[in-house]
Design a protein around this ligand. Structure first.
Ligand code: AMP
Length: 402
């Protein structure tokens, strides 16, 4: 039997999954990828072959009460029906926050799960949804190993100073520090950089993960030395619906003068701000680009996004002591030609020169000249989770299959 891994990325009403085969010591091989959406309401399931061709699809009416638990059981039984010599060996989960306790992937038991639940207030938009399938599968298939892979772990390499807030000891001792996120994505980029440019992989690189969540990471020799996100996934760049860095005084104003409850203030900063809040229109970059010529607020949201990215890149260049390369990744970074052009052009002072034709076709190299280089590299967080799950459970096919 060939061991197979399910890799899960769970949201509030969605469950993204990928299925990998583990054959000997080779890189985990993607077999299928799919999605449940509309969970808790009118749910829909779609699964595709690794190459992208549709394989199967199913829908449920709202009255069917098809939630995360039903989706997970459906997935397990769908896999059994498509086994074809494979045996489900483990599930690898994307978990946004590993806190101080988990500097790397972790096999989940009851005490690990309890510890991860204490981190919910640090990532209220993601952590509870990430943990839900773990809780369900521990109940429904307790023998199946489950591995939690963290977005914070990659940044454990940062220095004490880089992760410190200038706050009194009594609050720092509670674990209030900069953690950083999107680590699974940065881990992937760091792992493939040598295939694009071996010299750059050893150098000073800034990775711009620009998706619905957005952050920047400074890599030196493939190791994270600084990042724009901090204690929570709210800090740094403006995002689809999150504000990014705001003066902490704004929060006091919201609570004291606007009389918002902490919950309402949190909701505003996490779900009503960012591109959506500034444009008053959408959190989707495609919509904003389409409307930017006729709607000044859509243009303003994009301009702010680009401005903040370039300012924060300046800060990370200072942390690195220079820059050898800039990488764009995630939904906007991989697809939005205009954002890449605007950011790269505003960094001419660093010697970056945009190759417009290469940028239009997606590179991968999108710069010309002798200065720092700019690249588009598609991220693959699921592959990193599969790699980490496999290596935690034992690198060989025999140990996974047992
Ligand atoms: P992600 O969270 O990585 O899936 O990225 C989501 C973001 O990527 C959204 O703002 C999308 O509008 C944006 N995006 C996806 N495809 C494109 C595209 N073809 N052009 C511009 N933006 C895109």
């Amino acid at each position: 039997m060939i061991p197979a891994l399910i890799i899960l990325n769970a949201g509030s009403s969605s469950l993204k999954f990928q299925v990998f085969e583990i054959v000997d010591d080779a890189e985990p091989r993607l077999v299928w990828k799919g999605l449940y959406e509309g969970l808790g309401g009118a749910a829909h399931f779609i699964v595709r072959h690794a190459g992208g061709a549709d394989l199967d699809e199913m829908s449920w009416a709202s009255a069917d009460v098809f939630g995360h638990e039903e989706a997970l059981m459906h997935l397990v039984s769908w896999l059994r029906g498509h086994q074809d010599g494979r045996k489900l060996a483990a599930i690898g989960h994307r978990v946004v926050h590993g806190g101080e306790a988990f500097p790397g992937p972790e096999l989940v038991d009851e005490s690990v799960l309890r510890s991860l639940e204490t981190l919910v207030p640090l990532a209220p938009l993601h952590q509870p949804h990430n943990l839900k399938p773990i809780q369900i599968m521990r109940r429904r298939l307790p023998e199946l190993p489950q591995v939690a892979c963290f977005d914070t772990a990659f940044h454990q390499s940062q220095s004490d100073i880089a992760s410190l807030f200038a706050l009194p000891q009594e609050i720092r001792e509670r674990g209030v520090r900069r953690y950083g996120f999107h680590g699974l994505s940065y881990d992937y980029i760091a792992s493939v950089l040598k295939d694009y440019d071996p010299h750059l992989a050893e150098g000073r690189v800034i990775v711009a993960h620009l998706g619905n969540g957005a952050s920047l990471c400074a890599l030196r020799g493939g190791t994270s030395i600084a990042t724009t996100m901090g204690f929570s996934a709210l800090d740094g760049l403006p995002m689809g619906t999150r504000c990014g860095a705001v003066d902490a005084g704004v929060v006091f104003y919201m609570l004291r003068e606007m009389k918002l409850t902490p919950e309402a203030a949190e909701r505003m900063l996490y779900t009503k701000s960012g591109l959506l809040g500034v444009s008053g229109l959408s959190n989707d970059m495609r919509v904003l680009r389409e409307r930017a010529t006729t709607n000044p607020d859509a243009k303003r949201a994009i301009d702010l996004f680009v401005y903040r990215i370039t300012r924060e890149i300046g800060s990370l260049v200072a942390a690195l002591g220079g820059i050898d390369g800039l990488i764009f990744t995630a939904g906007i970074g991989e697809n939005d030609v205009a954002t890449r052009a605007e950011v790269t052009n505003s960094l001419g002072w660093l010697g970056l020169v945009l190759d417009e034709a290469a940028n239009r076709t997606g590179g991968p190299r999108i710069s010309s000249g002798q200065g720092p280089t700019a690249w588009v590299i598609p991220t693959n967080e699921e592959l990193v989770i599969a790699r980490q799950t496999r290596s935690l459970l034992g690198a060989t096919q025999a140990s996974l299959a047992s």
